[in-house]
Design a protein around this ligand. Sequence first.
Ligand code: SAM
Ligand code: 2KA
Ligand code: SF4
Ligand code: MG
Length: 242
Amino acid sequence: MTDAAPIRVSEIFGPTIQGEGALIGVSTVFVRTGGCDYRCSWCDSLHAVDSAFRETWAPMTPGAIMAEVEKLSGGRPLLVSLSGGNPATQPLGEVIRLGHARGYGFALETQGSVAKDWFSELDMLVLSPKPPSSGMEVDWTAFDACIAAGQGADMVMKIVIFDETDYDWARKVAGRYPQLPLFLQPGNHTPPPPGDDAARVDQDGLDARMRWLVDHVTRDGWFEARVLPQLHVALWGNKRGV
Ligand SMILES: C[S@@+](CC[C@H](N)C(=O)[O-])C[C@H]1O[C@@H](n2cnc3c(N)ncnc32)[C@H](O)[C@@H]1O
Ligand SMILES: Nc1nc2[nH]cc(C(=O)O)c2c(=O)[nH]1
Ligand code: SF4
Ligand SMILES: [Mg+2]
């Protein structure tokens, strides 16, 4: 199957480092697609979610996306991180094929609500089911379909945790998916309003929640879980494009 339809792109930026999860610290260029089927109460990327920003999302062909990635990376292959919005709602298969042919690797971040057959061609699929604090309800049938579609890719699960209820929920979800390496990430209560590039962030609050999370994980002997902060937020606050 070829993906002839254009892809809605909110922003392409980098190289920077992957700030979250399994690939933390790895040099990468981000391709952030526009549009999401969720509305998480605390989403830190509303400029790629809220349809009020639709006119800032450019329709791009796979060739144009890879040309921009190659320009930013100086033609040197590296990891491309596909995020959004929900990048699974966009026809990204051809970008992955084109990039792979040129030596680039691909990781994709999604909440796991939409499965695509091209998930299997990814180098890494990051599934990030949303906890109660998001206000969203996970469709586990759709989530399981994403896992089935991703067979062949490395797959991990990353759960954002704001409070005790999220933590208990994450314990249950982890028990259901023991095959997925698990990353826990404290939530950022001060994401920027869309359109605002302000870097302010409640770093003390984030640090306190990180310590609280580590305390809980060690208290419970939950040794399979890896706890990581959002490194890019620690370094640059809520700044966009890093
Ligand atoms: C902006 S989302 C885009 C990809 C996809 N829609 C998803 O949610 O997985 C990228 C990652 O940022 C996380 N995230 C979003 N807002 C956050 C916040 N306020 N604090 C911590 N992590 C957040 C999401 O859970 C997800 O793992
Ligand atoms: N450096 C950096 N790392 C990230 N990891 C996940 C991000 C995202 O917004 O999807 C992100 C981001 O926006 N920047
Ligand atoms: S699923 Fe991801 S992009 Fe969509 S609203 Fe939630 S955090 Fe934001
Ligand atoms: Mg982000």
